[in-house]
Write a protein that binds this ligand. Structure first.
Ligand code: MIC
Ligand code: SF4
Length: 640
């Protein structure tokens, strides 16, 4: 077996491990972050279970840390009190980004982790099966339920050789994205093997597994080996180490070879993480902003490399350089060893340990300017500026370019090999991680006025008339459907309020049109719903009356979220997509019956009277969820 198969088989609860079939696995650990966590815990509460049933559950606050009103602060109080009550560790704001902190303090080889954030596979760096999911699926895992997924294909990425001077782990994953694209990983686990693996430290491996999310992959995983052991030991967690390697004769469904010796610095051009070119191809492009940080490149290792480049140099006068350390541990260590002083002397703006500019929480770039970021996503407008020009790159390319004021191949400046050496000991101070209370009865859950009850949909209609409220193209992201940013994120625990922003960057009139039509559908192209795990991209459209999405294909997490909230994901062939226009009135004469008894749903274009068929491709379990109007109704039904 390969590593992915070993992890799955040791957690398999039901189903057979044939790619494409639905399986269920048990979940050892969960993580949530604040922007998805409020919903996840409201959902968990609705299940009426006294204490989480996982080995470990952690609630992080890292997204909504800009407190411009009471909303985020209220949510933090809610999260802290609910964690204390239900047996969950609470990582306070300031402690760092969930994926960084989880890797440092909790990730464990051989275990499974389900997180309500799409970059949860970050923890795959230590040989863990780490998967991103909607909050409701994470709530179910906390309740001890297994996680259902389609048995993935396993892609072997063989790394040969060793990275050359100026080339970083980020360039490896950018190269994988160049080859496979943002939909190339759908239904797959990406497993890294080969002699090159041994040369990469755990923080470097995490950069690669983190950004596997941009491939649409179910997860990404590295072996647990001597590097893993050294990392865990340095985190004073040597006892958490177990070896996990693929069998010598392990088979894979697909293979890819990357020769690290030949790899050069890469960058993803605006506005998709797979629009990858060599840095050399855009060398000299003037830049106004450089941001170093986000869960993919904010480790102690990344900050040290940036600091070494910035030392005794100055940021270019036209450039604003921001640094957001991924964790308090990383910030503390660069403070202790003086690297922070080098960063400050160079003229960087040091931000708190959080997602920050990655999710549009401040630092929106100026109009028309190029912003060079070490982040994992450059979807249009995500930075907070319309028509933004965000390029993604490694911390080496970012730091070098911050000095020159233009996109610069780091090899032009770094003449001596610059690699990170894992410290023997990380600075450990878990005082911002609050353990759950021993006496939960004493806890009063604090709910500010921003926390509104969860909306629930009724059972699936027997028949339905619905308008095509919006027709969009390929690769629509959840940032397009439910934008984030400093203004909208504080509404994550308030569905009526946040629903006013659905598709606001694509078509600001969408919410009012959807409400007026009463029942609506959205038409999408390929890979509909790629990107984040935010279930608000399903929950808020459901609140606005969207009953189905007709698309050429769907991204995994979003499809699950749609089903969980009772929106029917229907797959249509390209000719059907082409023949239906926005505003078309559709009739579904036997909707519930079709879902119950067939794999296809029939619908009629009211104007042309032409009949079409769309596939729902639901498993028996998913059919039942859709028929009762979503997973919350299933849970309520079970409770009687
Ligand atoms: C993101 O990177 O888009 C987020 C914000 O972390 C999301 C989660 C969210 O929308 O809260 C993700 O990646 O799942
Ligand atoms: Fe936070 Fe950005 Fe990572 Fe999402 S991708 S978890 S917003 S740092």
């Amino acid at each position: 077996m390969n590593i992915a198969q070993k992890l799955i088989s040791s957690h398999l609860v039901s189903g057979s491990m044939k790619p494409g079939e639905e399986i269920a696995i048990s979940i050892d650990q969960t993580l949530t972050q604040d922007a998805t966590g409020t919903m996840a815990y409201l959902e968990f509460e609705a299940m009426g279970i006294p204490k989480v049933r996982t080995k470990l559950s952690v609630s992080y606050v890292d997204h909504n840390t800009l407190q411009t009103g009471f909303e985020n602060a209220d949510d933090h109080r809610f999260l802290q009190t609910i964690a204390a009550k239900y047996g969950i560790y609470f990582s306070k704001p300031g402690n760092g980004i969930c994926h960084q902190v989880h890797l440092e303090r909790f990730a464990k080889p051989g275990q499974t982790l389900l997180g309500s954030d799409s970059h949860t596979p970050n923890a795959g760096a230590v040989g863990m099966l780490a998967i991103g999911a909607g909050g409701l699926n994470v709530a179910l895992a906390m309740a001890g339920e297994p996680f259902y997924l389609i048995m993935p294909k396993v892609v072997r990425v063989e790394l040969k050789g060793k990275l050359k001077n100026g080339v970083a782990a980020k360039d490896i994953i950018l190269e994988v994205l160049r080859r496979l694209t943002v939909k190339g990983g759908v239904g797959k686990v990406i497993e890294y093997t080969g002699a090159g693996v041994k040369t990469l430290t755990v923080p470097e491996r995490a950069t690669i597994t983190n950004m596997g999310a941009e491939l649409g992959a179910t997860s990404s995983v590295f072996p647990s080996d001597e590097q893993t052991k050294a990392f865990l030991k340095a985190q004073k967690r040597g006892a958490d180490w177990t070896e996990l390697l693929p069998d010598a004769d392990a088979a894979y469904d697909e293979e890819l070879i990357i020769d690290l010796d030949k790899l050069v610095p890469m960058t993803a051009l605006p506005s998709s993480p797979d629009n990858v070119k060599r840095v050399k191809d855009v060398n000299g492009t003037p830049i106004k902003q450089v941001c170093i940080g986000s869960c993919v490149n904010s480790s102690y290792a990344d900050l040290m490399l940036a600091a070494k480049i910035l030392k005794k140099r100055k940021v270019h006068p036209d450039v604003s350089l921001t640094i957001s350390p991924g964790s308090r541990q990383a910030l503390q260590m660069i403070t202790e060893n003086g690297a922070l002083s080098d960063i400050i002397s160079a003229g960087a703006r040091v931000l708190e340990s959080s997602c920050g500019p990655c999710i549009g929480m401040g630092q929106a770039p100026p109009t028309g300017a190029v912003s060079l970021r070490t982040f994992n996503r450059n979807f249009p407008g995500r930075s907070g500026t319309a028509n933004d020009q965000v390029y993604l790159c490694s911390p080496l390319t970012a730091a070098v370019s911050a000095i020159t004021g233009k996109i610069t191949d780091p090899r032009d400046v770094i003449k001596k090999p610059l690699r990170f050496k894992l410290p023997e000991k990380f600075t450990i101070d878990d005082s911002l991680i609050i353990p759950p209370l021993k006496k939960p009865d004493k806890v009063v859950v604090e709910r500010g006025p921003n926390i509104k009850p969860l909306p629930v949909r009724g059972a699936l209609e027997d028949s339905l008339k619905a308008k095509v409220v919006l027709k969009v193209g390929d690769n629509i992201t959840t940032d397009d459907i439910m934008p984030a940013g400093a203004k909208i994120l504080p509404l994550r625990s308030n569905i009526p309020a946040i629903s006013e922003h659905v598709f606001s960057k694509v078509d600001p009139a969408f919410p009012s049109r959807a409400k007026t039509s009463g029942s609506g559908v959205v038409m999408g192209g390929n890979n509909y719903g790629q990107g984040s795990s935010r279930e608000h991209a399903a929950l808020a459209p459901m609140y606005l009356g969207i009953k189905a999405i007709l698309a050429k294909s769907f991204a995994r997490i979003h499809k699950d979220n749609l089903i969980n909230f009772g929106i029917l994901p229907l797959t249509v062939p390209p000719d059907v997509y082409d023949s239906l226009e926005q505003d078309a009135e559709l009739e579904f004469p036997s909707l519930a019956k079709d879902v119950r008894e067939s794999s296809e749903v029939t619908f009629i274009d009211a104007r042309t009277r032409k009949t079409y068929k769309a596939e729902h491709g639901l498993s028996e379990r998913q059919r039942q969820i859709i028929l009762v109007g979503g997973m919350l109704n299933v849970v309520k039904g079970k409770k009687g």
